[in-house]
Design a protein around this ligand. Structure first.
Ligand code: CS2
Length: 465
């Protein structure tokens, strides 16, 4: 038997389940990008608010392209179990905030109508870095236009993707979709809607067979949509809401509402995500499948510790970074999270720009060393060969896969030319680094080292120095 509204009552008593009515009210939140992350993070915050009796936080979840997960969730009435596990214990919870589900690619009109529904107060987004396309701007603008035409109140549109200034990027995208006929709509949007920036954090790997098996064991029911995550979560959001009273409510649920999201965003993107990308690429090449397997290797652990402390932290506006760094290293080692390096290496071309160049540029401006980032960039070049050090092929899952692989293909015979070509890409590195001779020279150096002696030897040499 599957987990569903019908079988919910049969779950063991120690599993936290929704106690509120999931059918009587219309959803107040439309969420775009119904991946693992949203379901184990924001959906649990909204579940908490619903549990307090505030019925406005049910979610209309929208998968952007693929129907498979939406179909699974529909079959389970939007219910799924989350295993929250780390050094302080293991517990299971079934959040109940997901009330409706659609796929944007095939049910676009339903999604537009949902944004324009009277009960909708928020739109949240986790559509990934590559999701910020004109089509997304158009989808939101079409929904907002319908709202304005129906005389409905404005809403809060919160981008929660790993992009610096994500709210500003999203607003620009929505405005770019407007035509000259939309002048009144844009005035309404500026006056009645808000696009706060926000930083969200929780490590939520894509589900594995192990988690699904553990879920059916814990629930006594089959759950094809279950997830595993850590106890830690953070949501920092700019204090700009269409309904200002949401600030206090969100705070009561543990969300940090502040005027300064920027410093949290930059620390998270460069420390957590920057280390993630470096480890993921190393793991892919050395055949280590998970982040925990990478951080468990002493020289990789030292490398990550140094990367954060020596090259990232000096340029952060946050001053509590030593605690932050140490907490991150502990989180990376969580043995319950089978966080696949290939999952994190996915879309590296879209992730590197936020994660590495700002720190390298910071070091350059201070005349300081950028060796750790240069080594990481060399690992990225090596990664584009799509075969690991034991000869095992892997796929590059990236919108730029074809061009990256073409540029990196000849690196055994023409290593320098390949490094120069890949480092010349402004879409990855920005406009300054492709012309920085010392940066390029150090990446060439580490790349040579990697080809001759392997990734581990290079990391050992740098981290031991
Ligand atoms: C990861 C993130 O897949 C990735 O690129 O770095 O998903 C990371 O796990 C989250 O941002 C943690 O909050």
């Amino acid at each position: 038997m599957h987990l569903s509204a019908l079988t919910l009552a049969s779950l063991p008593a120690d599993i936290h389940t929704p106690i509120y009515d999931r059918r009587r009210h219309a959803p107040g939140v439309v969420h775009l990008g119904l991946g693992a992350f949203h379901r184990a993070h924001q959906a649990m915050v909204f579940d908490h608010l619903l549990t307090t009796g505030d019925t406005r936080w049910g979610i209309h979840g929208v998968g952007m392209t693929r129907p498979d997960l939406v179909n699974l969730l529909r079959a389970q009435d939007g219910l799924y179990a989350v295993r929250v596990a780390d050094g302080s214990g293991v517990k299971w919870q079934v959040p109940g905030a997901l009330w409706r589900m659609n796929v944007a690619a095939t049910e676009r009109e339903t999604v537009v109508q949902a944004i324009a529904a009277p009960a909708t107060r928020w739109v949240t987004l986790t559509v990934t870095e590559k999701g910020y396309t004109p089509a997304l701007g158009q989808l939101l603008l079409d929904g907002l236009r319908l709202r304005q035409q129906s005389g409905l109140p404005g809403i809060t549109v919160a981008s929660c993707d790993n992009l610096q200034g994500n709210g500003h990027k999203l607003l620009a995208l929505v405005k770019a979709a407007a035509t000259p006929q939309d002048a009144a709509l844009l005035r309404w949007l500026d006056t009645h809607c808000t696009f706060p920036c926000s930083m969200v954090d929780r490590i939520v790997p894509a589900a594995t067979a192990e988690v699904l098996a553990a879920a059916s064991q814990a629930l006594g029911l089959r759950d094809d949509a279950s997830l595993s995550t850590e106890g830690f979560w953070e949501w920092v959001i700019e204090d700009r809401f269409a309904d200002p009273s949401d600030a206090t409510l969100l705070q009561s649920a543990g969300v940090r509402v502040t005027g300064d999201v920027h410093s949290y965003e930059e620390a998270k993107l460069r420390m957590l995500n920057g280390s993630h990308t470096a480890m993921a690429l190393m793991g892919a090449i050395t055949g280590r499948p998970f982040i925990a397997s990478c951080i468990g290797v002493p020289h990789i652990r030292t490398f990550v510790h140094q990367l954060m402390g020596q090259e990232v932290a000096p340029h952060l506006s946050r001053s509590d970074w030593t605690d932050y760094r140490d907490a991150l290293i502990a989180r990376f080692g969580n043995p319950y999270l089978k966080h696949s390096v290939h999952q994190i290496a996915t879309d590296s071309s879209q992730k590197i720009p936020q994660r590495w160049p700002p720190s390298v540029l910071g070091q350059i401006a201070h005349g300081a060393s950028f060796e750790h980032h240069a080594l990481a960039a060399a690992v990225f070049v090596r990664y584009t060969l799509a075969v690991d050090e034991s000869g095992q092929a892997y796929a590059l899952n990236d919108p730029q896969a074809e061009s990256l692989m073409a540029m990196g293909a000849a690196q055994h015979t023409e290593p320098e030319a390949c490094v120069r070509a890949l480092l010349g890409r402004e879409d990855l590195w920005g406009s300054a680094l492709p012309h920085h001779a010392a940066w390029i020279a150090r990446v060439i150096h580490w790349h040579q080292h990697i080809l001759q002696h392997g990734v581990d030897h290079a990391v050992q040499q740098l981290a031991g120095a």
